[in-house]
Design a protein around this ligand. Structure first.
Ligand SMILES: Nc1ncnc2c1ncn2[C@@H]1O[C@H](COP(=O)(O)OP(=O)(O)O)[C@@H](O)[C@H]1O
Ligand SMILES: NC(=O)OP(=O)(O)O
Length: 313
């Protein structure tokens, strides 16, 4: 059976609670299609808009009444986002599968991911979270909240936070056990709750948001997946993106994709992490592939009919 790790992007979830309730229904249909077609699916997802929203809401409470509502660390905001997205996703998928007569347990694993406390990413925030803003509004937001902002791939300005590389998935044995049992698992949501290893057996939450695409590549490696499927808002990755000579990519080798990345075709903070994560997975073992495509094209993409596929060679 083909084992796939599916990383869901922003359009699979929407930007707020209301949008998410609607989006997860469509998402669940696409995932159920894959399961029905016989693929073994392990799900993961982003949390950029959601983690920013939660951090903002929590910060407002603290600003009003710090005694009653002490500061909520970013790692806890990530944990909240992971669980509430997982809750909606697992319910939507459970219902969709049951409606199709498939009785498969679906669960979300609160997943912690170890990062290096010396990771230089802690000194330079690059991960966009929260909503998009106009430049003026973003500058005011940064001043008021004491946060950093950055332009996000031509789509507006957003807050940015540290995004260290994922090293180890703490709940890996649980994930493997459930997958081996044929259950549907949602894990490493939002790139995982970032933690650092401290003295003894202590894990400490880190002020960061891990990139879900890098974490998905790690997860796909550790569950020994055949394919990493990165679902996003474009059917294919392009070179010369947004220019008159834009060219969509179909099947590419690791070597070709590395060259395109080196030439600067992929925007940092949006397509570049997907391509880098895709390269990491596809280059790790012969036979492994990464597919980048639209949610609604996922099944066709896995079948080799569309999307951008990065091959080992
Ligand atoms: N070379 C490229 N080819 C295709 N899309 C690109 C490219 N460079 C940047 N993008 C942008 O990257 C977006 C996907 O990144 P993003 O929205 O951050 O991901 P996610 O789906 O994980 O939320 C696409 O919708 C597109 O606007
Ligand atoms: N954690 C993360 O990478 O989230 P997004 O995919 O929403 O940016």
């Amino acid at each position: 059976m083909t084992r796939v790790v599916v990383a869901l992007g922003g359009n699979a979830l929407g930007n707020n609670l209301k949008e998410q309730m609607i989006a997860v229904k469509t998402t669940a249909k696409s995932i159920a299609d894959m399961i029905e077609a016989g693929y073994e699916v392990i799900l993961t997802h982003g949390n950029g808009p959601q983690s920013g929203m939660i951090q903002l809401a929590m910060g407002e409470l603290t600003a009003k009444d710090p005694e009653t509502y002490p500061h909520v660390p970013l790692s806890v905001c990530v944990a909240m986002s992971q669980t509430y997205i997982g809750y909606d996703l697992q319910n939507a998928l459970r219902e969709e599968l049951l409606d199709r007569g498939i009785t498969k347990p679906v669960s979300t694993i609160a997943t912690q991911v170890v990062v290096d406390k010396e990771d230089p990413a802690f000194l330079t925030p690059t991960k966009p979270i929260g909503r998009f803003m106009e430049k003026d509004e973003a500058e005011l937001f940064a001043k008021e909240k004491g946060v950093q902002i950055m332009e996000d791939a031509g789509r507006g300005y957003r807050q940015v936070v540290a995004s260290p590389k994922p090293i180890e998935i703490v709940e890996m044995e649980t994930i493997k056990t459930l997958v081996a049992d044929g259950q549907s698992v949602i894990a490493c949501g939002g790139g995982g709750i970032p933690v650092t290893k401290e003295e003894g057996n202590h894990l400490k939450g880190a002020a960061a948001v891990i990139d879900k695409d890098y974490c998905s590549a790690l997860l796909a490696d550790l569950v020994d997946a055949d394919m990493l499927v990165v679902l996003t808002a474009v059917e294919k990755v392009a070179i010369n993106y947004g220019k008159p000579d834009q060219k969509d990519l179909g099947d590419v080798t690791v070597e070709e994709m590395r060259q395109y990345a080196k030439e600067g075709h992929f925007a940092p903070g949006s397509m570049l992490p997907k391509v880098e994560a895709g390269l990491q997975f596809a280059s790790s073992k012969p036979g492994r592939k990464t597919l980048i495509t639209l949610l609604e094209k996922a099944k066709d993409g896995i079948a080799g009919e569309t999307g951008t596929v990065i091959h080992f060679e």
